[in-house]
Design a protein around this ligand. Structure first.
Ligand code: HEC
Ligand code: HEC
Ligand code: HEC
Ligand code: HEC
Length: 202
């Protein structure tokens, strides 16, 4: 009689122990996920409003300073949202059980400007159709676009202008991309070159 009681108590204690481990593991998973989301939010929400590429165009599409707007329009990033409607995207979406890639966070996070940023920080001029615009790499333009600030690089940087780095590129160019082709900064930056013409730079 005594022996069976003892066995039952031991089984009970063991069950509580196992449940405790499972619970602790779950909690840890949750905090890790929360940390990750926080980090993403931080990187994408500088607190300035995204103005849309049309804001940059009047000053950055002049032939003598390098026509940045046209070069960007013809480059890969401007079409990033449109890509999500093409056949290849449909195929990827089907495999991932996603209905419409142009509406799915799993795709938009790397294919549009300012994903996850509140609407209050998006000008009406910022469209989905412009894909990854200037501000996705140079920072939200609300405060730095006026001429008297833009002319002064230090002042512009104090007002949200960002110098794009490799770290920024690989926030999208990484293995989380379903089509990842690898990333080499020097090579890739040349492919999107929109620098000032030679005679302009000192
Ligand atoms: C009112 C005109 C004007 C507008 C609008 C404007 N810029 Fe500029 N921007 C300038 C001028 C002027 C410079 C300095 C060029 C120079 O040094 O010769 C400049 C410089 C820059 C630079 C180079 C900074 C460096 O490294 O020296 C970047 C990047 C830039 N602008 C991005 C943008 C983006 C993105 C937008 C739109 C959100 C924008 N600009 C809107 C006039 C403008
Ligand atoms: C916000 C996400 C994001 C950032 C930041 C970003 N890219 Fe991209 N990039 C993309 C997406 C999405 C595509 C594919 C666009 C398409 O094909 O529709 C792409 C395509 C490209 C391509 C064309 C690749 C090919 O197919 O040959 C080059 C080159 C490139 N990016 C360079 C860069 C460089 C250099 C940086 C950093 C200065 C950068 N990108 C930053 C998302 C990003
Ligand atoms: C982590 C960022 C990221 C995510 C998430 C992402 N993409 Fe992309 N996408 C990229 C980058 C960067 C490229 C450029 C090529 C590469 O993958 O290296 C690209 C390119 C593409 C291309 C063009 C490939 C080609 O060769 O023509 C398609 C199509 C595409 N993505 C569809 C999708 C779909 C659909 C989703 C959602 C299921 C998605 N992407 C999610 C970053 C991303
Ligand atoms: C995918 C990221 C990306 C996008 C999108 C992008 N740029 Fe840039 N931009 C860069 C990088 C990287 C450099 C620096 C290149 C280098 O180091 O030579 C740069 C340099 C510049 C410069 C300075 C040129 C020089 O010679 O110093 C200007 C001005 C500029 N960008 C304006 C724009 C404008 C305007 C748009 C949109 C119409 C735009 N950029 C879109 C990444 C981007």
């Amino acid at each position: 009689m005594r022996k069976t009681w003892l066995i039952w108590i031991l089984i009970g204690l063991f069950a509580i122990f196992v449940a405790g481990i499972a619970l602790a593991e779950k909690k840890e998973e949750k905090t890790e996920a929360a940390k990750e989301t926080k980090a993403v939010e931080k990187a994408e929400a500088p607190g300035y409003m995204y103005m849309g590429a049309v804001k940059c165009k009047p000053c950055h599409n002049l032939p003598k300073t390098g026509k940045q707007f046209d070069k960007w329009s013809e480059g890969p990033h401007a079409g990033a949202y449109a890509t999500l409607a093409n056949e290849k995207s449909q195929e990827i979406a089907k495999k991932m059980k996603i209905k419409d890639p142009q509406k799915a966070g799993e795709c938009l996070i790397c294919h549009i400007t300012g994903y996850g940023v509140p609407d209050s920080l998006k000008s009406e001029k910022l469209t989905l159709e412009e894909g990854i615009n200037c501000e996705a790499c140079h920072g939200a333009g609300e405060k730095y676009w006026p001429m008297k600030i833009m002319k002064n690089k230090k002042l512009a940087m104090e007002n949200g202008l960002i110098e794009p780095t490799e770290e920024l590129c690989v926030s999208c160019h990484n293995e989380k991309s379903p089509t990842f082709i690898g990333f080499k900064y020097d090579e890739f930056v040349k492919k999107i070159d929109h620098s000032y013409p030679e005679e302009k730079s000192e």
